[in-house]
Write a protein that binds this ligand. Structure first.
Ligand code: FE
Ligand code: CA
Length: 524
């Protein structure tokens, strides 16, 4: 698998050397020291290399990750594409950069596609900051970001958006243009940031090339998606917390098993390429323990006493979809209680965290719908969607029962993946009307995947009728805005009339409220 990343032994040695320096720097909290020695300082660049804009993410009370990536074409023309380059950043308290609070340098290496990730420390909690990058006399556009409140601090109000599923060919990223205007405290991306292949009709634009497999192909795909200026504006407007779903590698893959005829080895090579490209393009901390196709990305973010967010990965460790995947009647494999979606290590980490959680609101930011969403077959039989939590009913029950037994304060699940808005109440047993509601779930529609969409359709109406714990369905494109206070969680489902034409207006289609201490959904 490593061959996909390391073409030459020399490059691999230098890469490992850089990574070991980076890890040591991270461990010591001394990132600015990194760039000296290994990185080359560029005095003058004739062209602007900041072709994909800027981003920030994974905020802590004293730190945030700043991101950019240097244009390979600009570096090639300047004869710098093989070099490790020094990139400078500055962080200011004001948009005019008159009060610089932090400045430093980071190495951008060709092995990581000249991406730059600076984990800037020493910032003040719960503050707005502005940042920009510089190399060779050229400054990047500025970005706005925000640190988290300190763990024990009171927070009156927190606003965040979440989104997922942005097939580039299916529509414009109008949702991001509107999102950027809201200056959120945080934007969460729940996966399908890119798509590895083309499907559908009425494509409004093209991501070049066929289904992607290699690092070079994944990089090119991310470049196309990130070239969108609406997406760049959303990245520049707020810190992001990003996780992935399946299309960052391969549709409906499960751990080491591909969707179609690929060997495990091929899928793992693909995973190594897809995961590396994801890291290169996302404003995330270097995942500790990353090695080829293994990249642990589940993590916790805390925003004072108000909110803790468990960012999950439901792809990398899961047992293969049961009964042949898709919507199926149950089978023996499906009813095997040992099957896992999270994998044992992530599950332990999550359940331990939820059992000792002390924030007012405890969020599970993850990919696939948790509430039961069974359909009825032509013969009246129940059909289980095997790719989502319905396909892993024993682990789902264990998780939801843990929330009940541990008394985790106000659990809220946020979800992407299925290109439709839903709201649901979570119960340990979805077949038992007496099973208590232990949490709330908000599922966000796609940014563009699926094209224009519609307010309602027969598919949604039938599923609502068969799943009484599910309260709301909408099949338009958009995102979900959430306003959280100690007393109340408010979710606004935002929709667009169309995405095949740019510039559509956005509106709130539906709002739900959850009161502190009562996980039931209340329409607003
Ligand atoms: Fe999707
Ligand atoms: Ca998906």
């Amino acid at each position: 698998m490593k061959a996909a990343i390391f073409q030459r032994p020399l490059a691999r040695r230098r890469f490992l050397f850089l990574m070991s320096r980076l890890s040591a720097a991270l461990a010591l909290g001394a990132l600015p020291a990194l760039a000296h020695g290994a990185a080359r300082r560029v005095n003058q660049l004739p062209e602007d290399p900041f072709y994909l804009g800027v981003a920030s993410g994974d905020p802590r009370a004293d730190a945030v990750v700043l991101w950019t990536r240097l244009d390979p074409a600009v570096l090639r023309r300047a004869g710098l594409d093989e070099d490790v380059l020094q990139v400078d950043y500055e962080v200011a308290a004001d948009a005019g950069f008159s009060r610089i609070e932090r400045a430093g340098s980071i190495a951008a290496a060709p092995e990581l596609g000249h991406s730059a990730h600076a984990d800037v420390r020493g910032l003040r909690p719960d503050r707005e900051y502005f940042y920009r990058w510089r190399i060779g006399g050229v400054a990047s556009p500025a970005g706005r970001t925000r640190t988290a409140a300190a763990g024990a601090a009171e927070v009156d109000r927190f606003r965040f958006a979440f989104a997922s599923c942005q097939q580039y060919e299916h529509g414009y990223y109008t949702a991001y243009r509107h999102m950027a205007e809201e200056n959120f405290d945080l934007i969460v991306h729940l996966g399908d940031y890119i798509y590895e292949r083309t499907w559908g009709e009425n494509l409004v634009r093209s991501h070049e090339g066929p289904e992607i497999h290699t690092l070079a192909e994944y990089r090119a795909r991310y470049e196309t998606y990130r070239s969108d200026t609406d997406l760049q504006a959303a990245h520049a407007s707020a810190p992001w917390a990003v996780t992935w779903d399946d299309h960052e590698v391969d549709n409906n893959y499960a751990a080491q098993t591909a969707e179609d005829e690929q060997t495990q080895e091929q899928l793992l090579a693909r995973r190594a390429a897809g995961y590396q490209a994801w890291y290169e393009f996302m404003p995330v901390r270097l995942p500790v323990g990353w090695q080829g196709p293994d990249m642990p990305i589940h993590r916790r973010l805390r925003f004072g006493k108000l909110l803790e967010m468990n960012v999950l990965d439901t792809r990398q460790y899961r047992d293969d979809q049961a009964c042949g995947d898709g919507r199926r009647p149950s089978c023996a494999e499906h009813m095997d209680p040992s099957r896992s979606l999270l994998g044992q290590a992530q599950k332990r980490w999550l359940l331990d965290g939820l059992a000792s959680a002390d924030a007012r609101w405890n969020v599970l930011a993850q990919q696939i719908m948790m509430a039961g969403l069974r359909a009825v077959g032509e013969g009246g039989e129940q059909l289980w969607p095997m790719d989502i939590w319905d396909g892993y009913p024993f682990e789902r029950r264990e998780l939801l029962q843990t929330l009940a037994d541990a008394g985790t304060p106000n659990p809220v699940v946020i979800t992407g993946d299925i290109h439709t808005h839903w709201a649901a109440e979570l119960k340990p047993d979805f077949d038992d009307p007496a099973s208590p509601v232990v949490g709330s779930e908000f599922v966000g529609s796609s940014v563009s995947s699926g094209g224009d969409g519609e307010d309602s359709n027969d598919y949604g109406t039938a599923l609502l009728a068969n799943n009484p714990h599910v309260k709301f369905f909408n099949a338009q494109r958009g995102y979900v805005a959430n306003t959280i206070t100690p007393a109340q969680w408010r979710t606004d489902y935002k929709v667009l009339p169309r995405v095949t034409v740019a510039g559509a207006p956005i509106s709130i289609r539906k709002s739900y409220i959850v009161e502190d201490g009562d996980p039931r959904l209340r329409e607003d």
